[in-house]
Write a protein that binds this ligand. Structure first.
Ligand SMILES: [Zn+2]
Length: 319
């Protein structure tokens, strides 16, 4: 067993760090703890003290001019609370520890200098390598990833083709306990007013998502990021990005005369992509599988919506 000094509470100068600085600071401590012999009790107690200190420090800090928490601070505070709850900190450190040891076993990463960031990030994960410096960011929800899959995840990070990697990550991200962790952070997130623009001029994507989720998915589908596209698009009515878990609907449909069932159909189609996932066969990816098409036909106004969209003319130059 490695003897470790307990981590001491940092001095007041921490106060001056930016929010990003605080997150990076904590990540470094957690990585240090994970690099040490398995969860030396001293280490954990020290880290818990730092987390409590951080939480205390930000009780009133980082307010915006309106006196409310900024969204990123709100996430940060709830991340601290999350880590301090029950055994979450142990599980979190254990996960970082497993990632580190998988990297040491990896044929491509074992010589790299690694920085690992695990927190409720905007992406499911993000990997960057420049020379021997590698940075891996992973969403907090993945800390429950089975140890048996962590090695696979690390091995596939440096693959040219990321299909297998996404399949693996999505499996964890959409399973328990990741769902519970994601729900925790989703509930704590302040409603975004301007960013993302799910509320159009005439249609609110949040409401459309919620009603479809109830009618067709038993309200089981977790809400992805919902956005109207920035520009009108001539061909693409909608898209689902697996990596950022985002559904974008063509702004051209946000018109007073667009029938609601048309937008509902486009949204339903993209929700199915999230629900069904991608099938891999003979080295190729298939999104619109026969299974997908069968689900799609269950949409109540399927024929009418298809018909409407096939005749839709979109003038891209119109403002
Ligand atoms: Zn599609």
């Amino acid at each position: 067993m490695n003897e470790r000094n307990p981590i001491s509470v940092p001095n007041k100068s921490l106060n001056q760090l930016s929010l990003t600085g605080h997150v990076a600071f904590l990540q470094n401590m957690i990585q240090e703890a994970a690099e040490a012999a398995s969860l030396a009790p001293q280490c954990l107690i020290g880290l818990q003290r730092v987390l409590k200190y951080e939480y205390h420090l930000h009780g009133d800090g980082f307010k915006n001019q309106a006196g409310t928490d900024t969204p990123s601070l709100s996430v940060f505070k709830h991340w601290l609370i999350f880590l301090l709850t029950g055994y979450n900190l142990n599980i979190h450190i254990r996960f970082v520890e497993n990632i580190l040891s998988a990297c040491k076993r990896s044929s491509t990463l074992h010589t790299a200098t690694l920085k690992i960031y695990v927190y409720p990030s905007a992406k499911i994960f993000d990997f960057n390598q420049i020379g021997q410096d590698a940075t891996l960011k992973i969403h907090e929800a993945l800390i429950g990833m089975p140890e048996s899959e962590i090695g696979d995840f690390i091995d596939k990070l440096t693959d040219k083709n990321h299909t297998e990697l996404y399949r693996l990550v999505r499996k964890s991200f959409n399973g328990e306990p990741a769902l519970q962790i994601r729900q925790y952070f989703q509930q704590k997130l302040p409603e975004k007013k301007k960013r993302g623009h799910p509320v159009g001029k005439f249609f609110d994507l949040n409401k459309i998502f919620a009603s479809l989720n109830q009618e067709y998915f038993g309200s089981k589908l977790l809400r992805p990021v919902l956005k109207w596209s920035a520009q009108e698009n001539r061909r693409r009515m909608g898209s689902y990005n697996l990596r950022t878990d985002t559904i974008i609907v063509n702004r051209a449909l946000d018109k007073i005369d667009t029938p609601l069932f048309v937008i509902r159909f486009v949204m339903y189609h993209e929700m199915l992509h999230k629900f069904v996932g991608i099938k891999r066969k003979n080295g190729r990816n298939y999104a619109h599988t026969s299974k997908f098409r069968n689900y799609e036909k269950q949409f109540a106004e399927y024929a009418e919506a298809k018909e409407y969209l096939s005749h839709l003319r979109i003038d891209q130059h119109k403002k």
